[in-house]
Design a protein around this ligand. Structure first.
Ligand code: PLP
Length: 412
């Protein structure tokens, strides 16, 4: 098959726009008539700096990111950020406490006792937030990790809901409250920013979100977040860079000596946001090719949607609606996995009531129509249609239509 024959619903990496790839293929051989390919130019060259700065400016424009935030291009993926967020926000918390308490000798003891109560808060709504919390426990010890809520507790041990905010057990002065805005494996998405995390004056809460699988698909209230991160490979570009959007005031880290005195770990330099920010994301060799691809995708989005991310949001919602409606039309055949109130617009997870064999059959028949990448995550099985930005309205219509046909032919 050719690209044109395929509608791909894989969970990531996702498809990239064909014209971006065609231009990139040329750029890999000879970038802008320089005789060198884009992956061969030095990351310290003016060419690289221009690509980085334009991608930052276009991302800021598309998502309406204010000036008091820094945009970082990193490596290590979403998984690297599970560690980086914990390290850096603990550092920022210590820096803040240190400033509040002053640097007299007597404050050292006070700081030590404050550290005993150090908490990292996690809201667990799926496999990825669960992994992030486990990483924080590994780095800081479970005594410093507070599970604010775990949706499995009120749902028979399964993900698929978001616990009522009134039941959340938030710490008083957490170094951060962490959540995953869209759980890729479980198909659970926060419908909007949680009310109980809204800013209360200058005192936080410090909110960190993993937006790996739904960034660039809806408007987000950036000012409510201390940090947002996402791998490029689903809605932004090619696999290889990770983006962090962080409030500048949270960048400064305490001295290594102070952290050691307090018995707290310091991040490897490569995960330290302050170091990455100071070098404009060039602390070490960055994949400029991936930033170039991300930049091209952003330029395309900005051209396509005069009202920026809100334009994409409307399209994302209508594509998701098409697919969910087709599933809902046949309740005896399909079971949508998550609760209706928290269904993801990006990862549509469902089961076929009949059997595993019926699911296999669904996947096989879909593939013959060029509808591919629909197999659910290996941890949960079932079927998952990932509805990222690169899925066309036409592709969503084709899938919706096949969902209907499969059901009307017996659903097995
Ligand atoms: N967070 C979410 C929501 C994801 O979907 C993924 C990967 O699919 C990750 C984190 C991990 O990202 P990476 O594979 O880039 O480490």
């Amino acid at each position: 098959p050719t690209r044109a024959d395929i509608n791909y619903f894989g969970a990531g990496p996702a498809l990239l726009p064909t014209e971006v790839l065609e231009d990139a293929a040329k750029a890999l051989v000879n970038y802008n008539d320089t005789g060198l390919g884009i992956a061969e130019h030095s990351h310290r060259s003016e060419i690289a700096t221009t690509i980085i700065n334009e991608a930052k400016a276009d991302l800021a424009s598309y998502l309406d990111i204010p000036d008091n935030y820094e945009i970082l291009f990193m490596q290590g993926g979403g998984s690297g950020e599970f560690s980086a967020t914990a390290y850096n926000l603990v550092g920022a918390w210590v820096a803040r406490k240190h400033k509040e308490l002053g640097s007299e000798d007597s404050s050292a003891e006070k700081l030590k006792s404050a550290v005993k109560n150090l908490k990292l808060d996690y809201i667990i709504t799926g496999g990825w937030s669960k992994k992030a919390a486990a990483e924080a426990e590994r780095l800081f010890g479970s005594e410093h990790v507070n599970i604010v809520a775990d949706s499995r507790k009120s749902n028979d041990g399964k993900f698929g809901t978001i616990p009522e905010e009134s039941t959340w057990n938030l710490s008083k002065d957490a170094a951060m409250v962490y959540y995953c805005d869209n759980e890729t494996v479980d198909g659970v998405e926060f419908p909007q920013f949680p009310k109980s995390l809204e800013p209360k004056g200058d005192d936080g809460p410090i909110v960190v979100a993993d937006m790996s699988s739904n960034i660039l698909s809806r408007k987000i209230p950036i000012q409510n977040f201390s940090a947002i991160f996402f791998g490029a490979q689903k809605n932004l570009g090619s696999t290889g860079i990770t983006v962090v959007i962080i409030k500048k005031s949270l960048l400064p880290q305490p001295s290594v000596a102070l952290m050691k005195q307090l018995g707290l770990p310091i991040p490897p330099r490569i995960l330290e946001y302050e170091a990455i920010a100071k070098s404009n994301s060039l602390y070490n060799t960055l994949s400029i090719f991936d930033v170039y691809i991300a930049g091209r995708v952003l330029k395309k989005l900005l051209q396509q949607y005069p009202d920026k991310v809100q334009g994409q949001q409307a399209v994302s919602e209508s594509k998701a609606q098409l697919i969910y409606s087709a599933l809902e039309a046949h309740p005896s055949v399909y079971k949508i996995v998550p609760d209706k109130t928290v269904r993801s617009r990006m990862n549509i997870c469902f089961r076929i009531q009949g059997s595993d064999a019926a699911e296999q059959n669904f996947l096989k028949q879909a593939a013959t129509l060029g509808l591919t990448g629909l197999k659910g995550h290996r941890d949960v099985g079932g079927i998952r249609a990932s509805n990222y930005n690169s899925v066309s309205v036409d592709g969503a219509k084709k899938l919706a239509s096949f969902i209907g046909t499969f059901a009307s032919q017996g659903g097995n």
